[in-house]
Design a protein around this ligand. Structure first.
Ligand code: FMN
Length: 336
């Protein structure tokens, strides 16, 4: 199988870190966002190979870590080449977050991140995720407690805040003053969730407010947006979520339409192989559908062909159909 050899642009020539998270050097300026259901080991490790500068896990509930629920082990699985690895946890109780952080620290992540951005009802109702942005004192307690006890750097991922309490500047200051080592900012409010325009002025304002590194996030849709956001906001790096699904090449500063079909096919094969190794064949095949859909979006396959491919339960049949569709597509292109 073809080896992935792409590295982040500039990495070969510049050994200097792009920025530091306390004593952890980070090389590169584009980072895969933590995404529940997507930023698992198979996808993260592929993105890291293409140049994603750090590896954030999907978030894990502190309570589940403390109670040692089985699923957390899978969510925190990583491989050495992914470093720096960031374990993201969420919760609202400072003691429970500390207990959870101490427990996961034994798995040797490079960084532990506190989610303060998730707008999902189930999370916000517990006072966690973006719920924390309504409780500045609690955020102070969490960061003070964790940074005093843990040897691992602690960071935070925030949003603008709530429409009636845009607490981003206050929270950013609190994170820094209480020992936090980095802030990632999604430029949307709780109410915006994932739609509407991300406000890059807020990211710029936070960058002006704190001295610790700032990662900007929101509305990075094409490769050129990486440099555009950096230039506009002055942020140290850019975090990419949805635009990376089906296009891990974005971390090599390539848009999906710049990638030849052979590379797409090879990527699907390699991603699927990792996926099945990680989740097992039956579950892995089902979970892979959402990725496959995005990989195939720009191919000229009819909806029927796409559906036939994506709904296959057998990986061998899936790849055979896919290979056939790519070959037909190639012939069509050659004759047109
Ligand atoms: C399906 C999905 C799952 C997400 N899960 C997480 C998560 O576990 N932790 C987190 O901090 N943010 C999570 N996010 C938010 C993303 O990290 C990111 O902030 C958001 O999608 C905006 O970036 P984008 O416009 O590049 O997608 C999630 C977003 C999506 C779409």
């Amino acid at each position: 199988m073809e080896e992935l050899t792409v590295t982040a642009p500039g990495l070969e020539t510049s050994p200097a870190p792009t920025f530091w998270v306390r004593d952890i050097p980070v090389f590169g300026d584009a980072i895969l966002s933590p995404m529940d259901g997507f930023s698992d080991w198979p996808f993260r490790s592929m993105c890291r190979k293409f140049g994603s500068a750090m590896s954030y896990t999907e978030f894990v509930r502190a309570q589940h870590i403390v109670m040692a629920y089985q699923h957390m082990a899978a969510r925190l699985t990583f491989e050495e080449v992914e470093r720096p690895v960031v374990f993201q946890i969420y919760g609202d109780d400072p003691d429970q977050l500390l207990q959870a952080a101490l427990k996961v620290q034994d798995r040797h992540p490079d960084i532990i991140d506190i989610n303060m951005g998730c707008p999902a009802k189930t999370v916000v109702h517990q006072g966690a995720g973006v719920g924390l942005m309504r409780s500045p004192l609690k955020v102070a307690r969490i960061f003070r407690k964790l940074t005093r006890v843990l040897k691992t750097p602690v960071t935070g991922k925030i949003r603008i805040g709530w429409e009636d309490f845009r607490s981003y500047k206050l929270i950013a200051r609190i994170v820094e003053e209480n020992g936090g080592s980095l802030i990632a900012v999604h430029g949307r409010t709780k109410e915006q969730a994932y739609s509407g325009q991300a406000d890059w002025d807020i990211i710029a304002e936070i960058k002006q407010t704190v001295k610790i590194p700032v990662i900007g996030n929101g509305d990075v849709k094409v490769a050129a947006d990486i440099d555009r956001m950096k230039a506009y906001t002055g942020c140290d790096a850019v975090m990419i979520g949805r635009a990376a699904i089906g296009n891990p090449w974005i971390f090599s500063h390539l848009d999906r339409d710049q990638v030849i079909p052979e590379k797409v096919f090879s990527m699907v094969q390699q991603h699927l192989e990792r996926h099945l190794a990680f989740y097992g064949e039956r579950v892995g095949m089902i979970l892979f559908r959402k990725h496959a859909l995005q990989y195939l979006k720009l191919q000229h396959f009819s909806r029927l062909v796409r559906t036939q491919i994506i709904t296959r339960d057998d990986p061998v049949e899936f790849l055979a159909l896919l290979s056939e569709a790519f070959a037909l597509d190639g012939m069509k292109e050659a004759s047109s």
